[in-house]
Ligand binder design. Structure first.
Ligand code: MGD
Ligand code: MGD
Ligand code: SF4
Ligand code: MO
Length: 743
């Protein structure tokens, strides 16, 4: 029996864990008390990893569609099929007829997150879609514009804060997002014990709200109005002089834009009275170490980018941006744009480097927004998408306007899914390629540590070799790239990768102030060749990173350091990073982009708009993860049901009791869901979780199919997308609610 240190990695908390392994099976997963970040925390999902790995419905070899049915096939046959189809599509329609979709699970998989962009590049397409445009793109774009780097994403320095505002996030159940702070509730509790306070702003009194010092029921999409009132108040109070404030361009313009947004002017629209707004703003400013943090409820609503921008403005005006205990910029172990190159200035950031074919939507963080994916597939013409590589995602369930997405995917000439299950999207595939099991892959939460509340990393080596039916995701993606480039699936993929790495190394030796500036590229490549091909990129990223050894030029870490410390490498608490972390062209915080003035005008008009009778919002569930995890018997739980939560007053008025079937509809579509009457919901708000609707999965995911729930995205549509980012508005849609007459 072995005890193997690992990271759970199923969600963004990235908990350190220890697996008990016997005869190639994971018997148990327990918390690792020695982990510097998670300190002994895991949740029910982590503990269910043995069940997840042993699930008989997992895909363990490729499936290839023959005679209309997905059937087991060899990797060679699967690749040969893809090669044939893809080559024909490329020959006839060119590279723009191909596309890549990257789902949430890629962020939890080292190899997929490392190689997905290369696949899109190898295909030669700009049609790269990701779940980020149903999620955090407004946050990233606002960071890009203000700080010059889309990954300049601050986190609440929760372990040293005395006040944290939690807006549109429920870390008690999501375990935190764009913030790696495992055991968030424990950290929050510790803050309370040292006299600190937490305040939750949410239209639903969540599990986090129940544990917070104060709960403020804000109106759906009312955040921008509220924050504008707070910013107005902070300007009146007089912002403290900080490095962040001294770097802001252009405060005068921003103050002018905010002039009309008095607390009185915004109170009705956000549902928070003017005195409370003034009290909260004053407390925020007077508390030495305070942070404002927002997640899904702030980035997928009616004013997503504006809300993110206002959070930044408030963090700055209250003296909390880049302050210890405030909102701080992480410094991960792996190099990222704002830890490479000249300090404090850079190339800046833009959106719209190219536009989408059908709607002319802007490129956003090198992607086309998901709001355009179905139309790019179902609208005829030059550049119509005919092939999709779907990596660790499930757009049928995740994307608004499900029916259109389903039909669009059905119309493709080639759909290849890289997945571990045959879910709603993979069921439509021509080929499904499986990721290997946990014990046969290395792990490092490269994507997530960018949001960690400490500079921290924990690497897990592959525990056992791949068996004859398994391939690493690295190999799979490199073989798909080889096919896309016309080299054939059996090309020498190590050579292919080496050529790419050599090009990157060469560029980095020419970047001023990079850790290897002026070095001989061949010397660096020789050092990298001492490692396995699949480890070289990561070693490179660590060694040129802020804690790296610069390939021998200074004391620091390498991949070997991480291998030698399976319990994790902790490089300490966050440190203030302004102005060093900026990568804007001017070296300033470029906060006064005209779009934010325009958005404030849109907000101004909205303040007086009549409110819909019902607004639909979503919610995450503790024992779930978007559309998957529903196939694990042990994770079935009364709190994980697909219900429409509704306030008792509304329920009374409509004659609805818990358990009744209610019909929730828009002018275009309707669903029927059992009601759950609860005073956690504000009046006029109805909450339905996403990720459900497994009714067609019998024989594929049998446990999930037995309790299918309803896919809320059948009625959610992209509607009025966020003007700056075209992000999906999956929270805040007006709906009708009535008791069902079929129930
Ligand atoms: N209405 C509504 N819609 C939403 C949201 C909402 O709040 N409301 N939230 C949005 C958000 S934030 C997101 S991130 C998206 C999520 O959108 P998606 O990422 O498209 O959906 P998931 O359900 O997370 O799909 C993850 C897929 O990865 C697979 N998978 C799991 N582990 C692995 C692995 O190791 N390897 C491989 N190859 N595959 C794996 C799973 O089986 C599953 O098919 O949904 C969005 N959609
Ligand atoms: N257990 C579990 N963990 C998960 C996931 C999961 O499905 N299950 N999904 C993962 C993913 S992909 C993500 S992106 C993260 C998300 O992590 P979180 O954002 O923390 O999770 P949510 O539960 O979606 O929280 C969003 C909150 O916003 C509120 N809200 C809705 N509209 C508004 C609004 O207009 N204003 C305000 N202030 N609040 C609003 C909702 O009521 C909800 O409580 O969680 C990740 N972790
Ligand atoms: S909180 Fe997330 S990372 Fe931690 S054990 Fe649970 S699912 Fe795994
Ligand atoms: Mo997400």
């Amino acid at each position: 029996m072995d005890h193997v240190r690992t990271t759970c990695s199923l969600c963004e908390a990235s908990c350190g864990a220890v697996m008990t392994v016997e005869d190639g099976k994971i018997l148990k997963l327990a918390a690792d008390r020695e982990d510097a970040l998670s300190g002994g925390f895991i949740c029910a999902k982590g503990a269910a990893i043995p069940d997840l790995e042993a699930d008989p419905d997992r895909i363990r070899s490729p499936l290839l569609r023959k005679n209309g049915k997905l059937q087991p096939a060899s990797w060679e046959d699967a690749y040969a099929f893809i090669d044939g189809r893809l080559s024909a599509i490329l020959a006839e329609h060119g590279p723009q007829a191909t596309s890549v979709y990257v789902g949430n699970a890629a962020a939890h998989n080292l190899n997929i997150i490392t190689y997905f962009e290369d696949l899109a590049k190898a295909l030669g397409t700009t049609n790269l879609f990701t779940a980020a445009s149903l999620d955090q793109n407004p946050r990233q774009v606002v960071s890009g514009l203000l700080y010059g780097d889309e990954f300049a994403l601050y986190v609440p320095d929760i372990d040293r804060s005395q006040l944290v505002w939690i807006m549109g996030a429920n870390p008690a159940e999501s375990n935190g997002s764009m913030m790696v702070a495992p055991g968030f509730l424990g950290r929050m509790q510790k803050m309370h014990e040292r006299g600190g306070r937490s305040i939750v702003f949410d239209p639903r009194r969540t599990m986090t709200a129940d544990r917070a010092s104060e709960y403020i029921p804000i109106a759906p999409s009312g955040d921008a109005a509220f924050l504008a009132g707070v910013a107005h108040t902070l300007l009146k109070l007089g912002p403290p002089e900080t490095t962040a404030l001294s770097l802001v361009d252009d405060l005068k313009q921003i103050a002018a834009w905010l002039t009309p947004f008095t607390p009185d002017a915004v109170a009705d629209a956000c549902g928070i009275d003017a005195d409370t707004i003034v009290r909260l703003a004053t407390e925020l400013q007077e508390t030495e170490a305070a942070a404002v943090y927002g997640r899904i409820g702030t980035t997928t609503q009616h004013f997503s980018s504006l809300t993110c921008w206002l959070m930044d403005i408030i963090n700055i005006l209250a003296g909390n941006l880049d302050a210890v205990g405030g909102s701080m910029f992480p410094k991960p172990l792996l190099a990222q744009p704002n830890t490479i190159g000249p300090s404090g200035v850079g190339e800046g950031f833009t959106v719209g480097k190219w536009t989408s074919r059908v709607s002319g939507a802007p490129e956003v963080v090198s992607q086309i927004p998901m709001a355009c994916m179905a139309e790019e597939m179902d609208t005829p013409g030059d550049g119509q998408i005919r092939a999709l590589f779907c990596l660790a995602g499930n757009p049928v369930t995740a994307s608004p306007d499900t029916k259109r997405m389903q039909a669009a995917l059905d119309g493709l000439d080639l759909l290849v899914c890289l997945d571990i299950y045959q879910g709603e999207t993979a069921s439509k595939a021509d080929v499904i390629l499986p990721s290997p099991p946990r014990l046969a892959r290395p792990n490092y939460d490269a994507y997530l540590y960018r949001f960690a509340v400490r500079s921290y990393g924990r690497y897990t080596q592959q525990y056992r070799p791949l068996d004859m039916h398994e391939r690493s995701d690295r190999e799979t993606l490199l073989r798909l790239m080889a096919i896309a480039k016309g080299h054939g699936w059996d090309a020498d993929i190590d050579a292919l990768e080496e050529a790419e790495l050599a090009a990157t190394v060469e560029v980095m030796t020419q970047v001023p102030q990079s850790a290897i500036e002026g070095r001989e590229p061949s010397e660096i490549m020789d050092m990298l060749r001492a490692l396995e091909p699949g480890e070289r990129r990561m070693d490179f990223g660590l060694r040129i990173g802020p804690f790296g050894d610069g390939f021998g030029s200074r004391d620091g870490i390498t991949l070997q350091t991480l291998k030698d410390s399976p319990q994790g490498v902790d490089c300490g608490a966050l440190v203030p990073r302004l102005p060093e972390s900026l990568r804007t062209r001017t070296g300033r915080i470029e906060a006064a982009h005209g779009i934010f003035g325009e958005e404030l005008e849109r907000l101004s008009a909205w303040l007086g708009d009549p409110r819909p009778q019902f607004t639909l919002i979503g919610r995450r569930q503790l024992r779930s993860n978007n559309s998957w995890f529903h196939n694990i018997e042990k994770l079935q739980h009364p709190t994980r049901e697909c219900t429409a939560q509704i306030n008792p007053g509304d329920a009374d008025r409509l004659g609805i009791a818990s358990g009744d079937l209610v019909r929730v509809s828009t002018p275009k579509a309707a669903i029927e869901v059992p009601a759950e009457v609860t005073d956690a919901l504000s009046p006029g708000v109805v909450s339905i979780p996403h990720g459900w609707g497994h009714e067609k999965l019998e024989g594929k995911l049998n446990v999930a199919a037995a309790n299918p729930g309803v896919n809320v995205n059948t009625i959610v549509d992209y509607g009025d997308v966020d003007p700056l980012t075209w992000n999906g508005r999956v929270n805040g849609m007006p709906v009708d609610v009535v008791i069902s007459n079929t129930g």
